[in-house]
Unconditional design. Structure first.
Length: 207
């Protein structure tokens, strides 16, 4: 069971969600949807910035909420909840309404499962996952609301063709050392020699 959650967790890594986010931008750009391309980049970038800001604030200065075991937004949860609902929505945008709604629901469910997987692998607390997922869903909801007035020239199957190789190959790639980069950034900005560490333990939920 643990290996199942670990495999799901990998789908939320930057090695997977980063290229998927780029694939969405390229598809929008190729479809000559300039406004949507910029909107996606700004929204997804804002979500990423919030993850970095909250983690750097805790590592460098100890800014967090110990009462709920919060030391920064879960990047896996934020990226998964931003990318997968949007990718499924766009890929099936020209399908029949039932298929479109079903595909979007699959994207949301996958994002929720990836987010939850961070708990049994002891990577995050529930508050970090929930808040990270909330930011990601907010990014997705804002983008989808904006996209309803725009119609990219390319079909959804082109986006699917861009995303499938990423899902197949990216999990085999070397992990991106984002945590190390944020730790180095936090220490540089705070001028400290040692990072602020959590003074609480994480528990795996009973599943």
């Amino acid at each position: 069971m643990h290996s199942w959650w670990s495999a799901l967790s990998v789908l939320g890594s930057l090695a997977v969600t980063g290229p998927l986010g780029v694939a969405i931008a390229l598809w929008l750009l190729a479809g000559r949807s300039w406004r949507l391309t910029l909107s996606w980049l700004l929204l997804f970038g804002a979500g990423m910035a919030m993850v970095v800001a909250t983690k750097v604030a805790f590592i460098g200065w100890g800014v967090g909420i110990p009462e709920v075991k919060f030391a920064g937004l879960s990047g896996h949860a934020m990226r998964a909840c931003a990318v997968f609902p949007v990718a499924f929505y766009l890929a099936f945008r020209r399908a029949q309404p039932a298929w479109r709604r079903g595909a979007f629901a699959v994207g949301v469910l996958l994002a929720v499962l990836i987010s939850f997987s961070r708990l049994p692998v002891l990577a995050h607390s529930a508050s970090e996952v929930v808040l990270g997922g909330a930011v990601g869903f907010a990014v997705a909801a804002a983008f989808i609301a904006l996209s309803r007035a725009d119609h990219p020239a390319l079909f959804g199957r082109v986006l699917a063709a861009l995303c499938v190789p990423v899902l197949l190959l990216a999990p085999r790639a070397e992990p991106v050392p984002t945590e190390q980069w944020m730790r180095e950034l936090a220490l540089y900005l705070s001028g400290k020699d040692k990072p602020h560490e959590r003074n609480w333990t994480l528990r795996s939920p009973r599943i």
